[in-house]
Ligand binder design. Structure first.
Ligand code: PEP
Ligand code: MN
Length: 338
């Protein structure tokens, strides 16, 4: 952390800032220029709150020069993290993880048909919601554990790993036997108690970016999970809320290469929730792969228009198959398989 003092800062003000820095456990290197004094903090700066220093009299500007996330930062594991699953699938390798499924698990016929389709195109993950965070309390809320049982059965029949959303701490334990990867939805990205608890289990966590979260905030949320000792975290760009209304969210494709630079954690993309529109899923999936995504999460359904949730953004099987064929071609051009 670097603190630039105002040109007219008094010695008393400079001394008060130095004292405050030292009280926070860092060493201070002072440079007195002709016009301005610069104070550089050396040591454990990760926990410092820069706004605390910005408010001090005589301070002009406070700048952080090292990331506040230590475990999620790229430097922690420069080679990158590869998350491995019991069915042999990986996310974070040159092979792109393909996660397909309905927004919600609805019926046995539905989820088995979807599992078959995911497997047929070479996908490794079956994703479906059983505990659903719905905007309206009157909308379908998911089948709960009964939904997970039938999804597990379908995944096992086709050798797929299961991914599903957990909404609260109390659900973790009963979900464990059915789930290979716990999804934390956008609305829960800053549910810090839930993140801490997921840091204590030893199963991968798919952490979605919050609807108004910055990249730093996403990485700090990942840090909560990592700091508990669970290093198997996958990040997901799923669009953010902006003033644009032509898509459900605004997909931040640039977040993918930005995250790949800042963190060693795998980064996947969810063009379904990012756009909310069936016709936009394929172009955004292709753009995400080209931008360096380590995996894709795509909603599919045999009767997409009649899906119990997120119908408008859900692909029919033939659209999904066509898209995967095109993604394989893009993968060839950039050294990645699907
Ligand atoms: C979902 O994945 O079904 C979901 C609700 O997504 P998000 O949390 O990104 O809105
Ligand atoms: Mn959905």
């Amino acid at each position: 952390m670097i603190i630039a003092m105002q040109e007219n800062a008094t010695e008393e003000q400079i001394f008060a800032v130095v004292e405050e820095m030292e009280e926070n456990g860092v060493k201070v290197h002072r440079t007195t220029g002709a016009q301005q004094t610069i104070l550089a903090a050396v040591g454990a700066t990760a926990g410092l709150d820069i706004t605390q220093f910005e408010a001090l009299p005589g301070v002009f500007h406070v700048h952080r020069i090292s990331a506040p996330y230590k475990l999620a930062g790229r430097a922690f594991r420069p080679e990158g993290t590869v998350v491995e699953f019991a069915n042999g699938a990986t996310i974070g390798s040159t092979h792109v993880g393909l996660i397909g499924g309905p927004c919600s698990v609805e019926t046995e016929d539905q989820i088995f048909a979807i599992a078959k389709c995911v497997k047929a195109v070479g996908g490794e993950f079956l994703r479906g919601g059983a505990f659903k965070p719905r905007t309206s309390p009157y909308a379908f809320q998911g089948l709960g554990i009964d939904g997970l049982k039938v999804m597990r059965a379908a995944a096992d029949q086709y050798g797929l790993a299961t991914v599903t959303e957990v909404m609260e701490i109390a659900q973790i334990e009963p979900m464990l036997e059915y789930v290979d990867c716990f999804q934390v939805g956008a609305r829960n990205m800053q549910n810090f108690n839930l993140l801490r608890e997921l840091g204590l289990i030893r199963k991968p966590v798919l952490l979605k970016r919050g609807i108004a979260a910055t990249i730093d905030e996403l990485l700090m949320s990942a840090e909560y999970i990592l700091s508990g000792g669970n290093y198997e975290v996958i990040l997901c760009e799923r669009g953010i809320r902006t003033y644009e209304t032509s898509t459900r969210n605004t997909m931040d494709i640039a977040a993918i290469p930005v995250l790949k630079k800042l963190t060693h954690l795998p980064v996947i993309a969810d063009p379904s929730h990012a756009t909310g529109r069936r016709d936009m899923v394929a172009p955004m999936a292709k753009a995400s792969l080209a931008a360096g995504a380590d995996g894709l999460l795509i909603e599919i359904h045999p009767n997409a228009d009649k899906a119990w949730s997120d119908a408008a953004q859900t692909l029919y099987f033939d659209q999904f198959e066509k898209l995967i064929g095109e993604l394989k071609l893009i993968g060839q051009a950039i050294g990645r398989t699907l």
